[in-house]
Design a protein around this ligand. Structure first.
Ligand SMILES: [Zn+2]
Length: 381
């Protein structure tokens, strides 16, 4: 089967313990997905990604960014290399975003029309055009297991009228994304020869609910997308600078309109306590650059809160980053050594800090999954 999702238990509060089956493997949910922007989770080799976390199980699924891979090395090159899994030597599940968020946040001189977005590359200023159809072609060439519809990300803050107008464009683009995807998804670059492990399997396309910071628009957006009967739904356009209470409110007000038998994915969140909170509200998938980006800046997440490894007080500290963490970094290295690496600009600092932070995120989700599995089952909620 190319795609299946089962919910095993639903706890009071809405959190679900489930399982997502994809062509490249099984994903236990709720899940946190590390971000591999340019087919690389920055500073972390794939061999470590496969083992990161106290249980040694590693990341179950990672994300790659369509916009970045389209610009460099180019999606057709990735297709010729056998698709993104084979190109980066990662044989577990993957998801690509649509490129929309980066087009709107990174590129210069955007021009949005009903047809798509013209923009200039943030790398060399060259001119490009992304339409829903083109985003699908790029994502099919990359060949992740889950692709995302192309959406417009409205600026923040935006008025209700402006947000509703943008949302209308997002819905039209979602429809066009789906139509094009259905026609061309068989072109995914994995081997599909008879008897091959991928025979008959394709990618799956998720929708993205928009609607800014307006609960009524979130409801309308969810309802329009659910009519398209996609295999999963994301909640986009959050964690863009709004207060955390607003993020939580928008998630909560969107979840109630999404089908209970399909995975729900909140894009681009968050801090460890946020991912725990949202998972317990019924979010099944989340991704964020925070664990690796913060790690490269010396900010570490621990069971006691955040720790800044730059501080002088750690210069001769023989303890691990977090005494309660069983990750490969905490088992082996002292705060004193990690502070020295960071202060000296040693590249190993970025790797070790990122590995610990990823372990902390994955262990957090491990714990949440255990709690949800043991919660009183409210299967009919
Ligand atoms: Zn650790």
């Amino acid at each position: 089967m190319a795609f299946s999702f089962e919910v095993h238990t639903t706890a009071e509060g809405g959190g679900r313990r489930g399982r997502l089956t994809l062509p490249h493997g099984v994903v236990e949910t709720p899940v946190f997905m590390p971000v591999g922007t340019a087919a690389s989770v920055k500073a972390v080799p794939q061999s470590l990604l496969e083992e990161v976390g106290a249980g040694g199980k590693g990341a179950q699924i990672i994300l790659a960014n369509t916009y970045h891979l389209y610009l460099r090395p180019g999606h057709e090159l990735v297709r010729r290399m056998g698709g993104v899994h084979r190109f980066m030597s990662w044989e577990r599940p993957m998801l690509t975003d649509s490129g929309g968020f980066q087009v709107f946040s990174l590129s210069k001189l955007r021009k949005v029309t009903a047809d798509g977005v013209e923009f200039r590359s943030h790398l060399d200023g060259s001119k490009h055009f992304f339409s829903p159809e083109h985003s699908m072609d790029v994502q099919i060439a990359l060949g992740a297991n889950i692709a995302m519809v192309f959406d417009e990300c409205v600026e923040t803050p935006a008025s209700w009228e402006r947000t509703r107008e943008s949302m209308g464009l997002t819905h039209a683009w979602a429809r066009r994304s789906k139509d094009h995807f259905e026609l061309h998804k068989h072109r995914v670059p994995w081997s599909q020869a008879a008897g091959d492990e991928f025979e008959g399997k394709t990618q799956s396309l998720f929708g993205i609910v928009q609607g800014g910071m307006y609960a009524d628009l979130r409801k309308e957006s969810a309802e329009r997308l659910v009519e398209m009967n996609l295999p999963g739904y994301a909640i986009g356009g959050l964690a863009v600078g709004e207060p955390r209470e607003v993020t939580r409110e928008m998630i909560s007000r969107t979840l109630e309109f999404l089908p209970k038998d399909k995975p729900r994915y909140v894009m681009g969140v968050g801090y460890p306590d946020e991912i725990e909170e949202y998972a317990k509200m019924g979010v099944d998938m989340m991704d964020c650059v925070l664990p690796t980006r913060a790690g490269r800046h010396g900010l570490l997440f621990t069971s006691e809160g955040r720790l800044n490894i730059k501080k002088l007080e750690y210069a001769e500290d023989q303890g691990p980053i977090d005494a309660k963490c069983g990750c490969m970094v905490c088992r082996r290295y002292t705060r004193a050594y990690l502070r020295h690496l960071f202060s000296s600009g040693e590249p190993l600092a970025g790797t070790l800090n990122s590995v610990h932070n990823l372990a902390f995120y994955l262990d957090t989700m491990d714990r949440v999954r255990d709690e949800l599995a043991n919660a009183t089952t409210h299967a009919n909620l």
